[in-house]
Design a protein around this ligand. Structure first.
Ligand code: FES
Length: 153
């Protein structure tokens, strides 16, 4: 925790087959990692719509992780290739949307890479902690400009 008491909330969108299992392995192996991450499990990174990321920030996340199977390991053959293309374009768009791109981590983590998952969690948490809270969208929601129902704040 920082001297200001800020602890970031990180939303992690992960595929069921590789990263979720890798995260589970990190837990069962009792690897120490930050407890700031909340995992949202999806069938495949090909299912992760970039709007999920924007919505996460709108709903109170300070950072986001997107992770799935390594290239050539997707259980649906090409979902991660679609995701890679989608997020390459999205990455160019993030700053335009008012989000510092350092708040988002894209990665591949296999079912056997528990330590890699823990490293990503710790690195992302430390980086976002350094950046401070993300309040831009919450201010917009409060002012009613996004049409959002509730920012949970
Ligand atoms: Fe893991 Fe497609 S099943 S990325």
């Amino acid at each position: 925790m920082t001297s200001t008491g800020f602890e970031p909330k990180i939303a992690a969108f992960v595929c069921n087959w590789c990263t979720y299992t890798g995260a589970d392995l990190a837990g069962t192996s009792r690897i120490q990692m930050a407890t700031n991450v909340r995992i949202i499990r999806l069938p495949c990174t090909g299912r992760i719509d970039p709007l999920f990321i924007i919505k996460a920030f709108e709903r109170g996340a300070d950072g986001v992780i997107v992770s799935g199977c390594h290239p050539a390991d997707c259980h649906y053959t090409a979902g991660n290739y679609h995701a890679r293309r989608r997020f390459t374009l999205f990455n160019d768009f993030i700053e335009f949307l008012g989000i510092d791109s350092r708040r988002i981590t894209f990665s591949w983590v296999s079912a056997s890479e528990g330590q890699k998952w823990a490293d990503i969690v710790n690195d992302t948490t430390a980086r976002v902690r350094e950046l401070g809270p993300f309040s831009g969208y919450r201010d917009l929601v409060r002012s009613g400009l996004t049409g959002g129902q509730d920012a949970g704040t």
